[in-house]
Design a protein around this ligand. Structure first.
Ligand SMILES: [Zn+2]
Length: 102
């Protein structure tokens, strides 16, 4: 699986941009309703959803990791199909000598 080597770091989750108010008094961004953009990573841990705050500089890293994770999932689906295909081919080759095979 040489293809997977280039796909690290990889992760699974979803990144969302939210707008949060701050605690500063008389903040212009908050008063205007603009608030402050923040990124949240939503992940599943043991069937439970968790939301984690993401520092701005980590956003591109996580976006790439999530893309890599999806790519790896696609590759894994393909290898599962290939395993089955290889098994069938080997079985059919071996079975051609038998009479009345399945
Ligand atoms: Zn504010």
């Amino acid at each position: 699986m040489a293809e997977v080597h280039g796909l690290w770091p990889a992760g699974k989750g979803s990144l969302a941009e939210v707008r949060k108010p701050c605690i500063r008094p008389a903040c212009r961004a908050c008063a205007s309703g603009q608030k402050h953009p923040a990124f949240i990573l939503s992940i599943k841990e043991g069937g439970r959803r968790r939301c984690l705050h993401v520092p701005r500089e980590m956003v591109p890293v996580l976006q790439q990791a999530i893309r890599n994770g999806r790519r790896i999932e696609q590759l894994l689906s393909r290898t599962a199909g290939e395993l089955l295909q290889r098994y069938r081919q080997a079985r059919d080759r071996g079975g051609s000598r038998r009479s009345g095979g399945e």
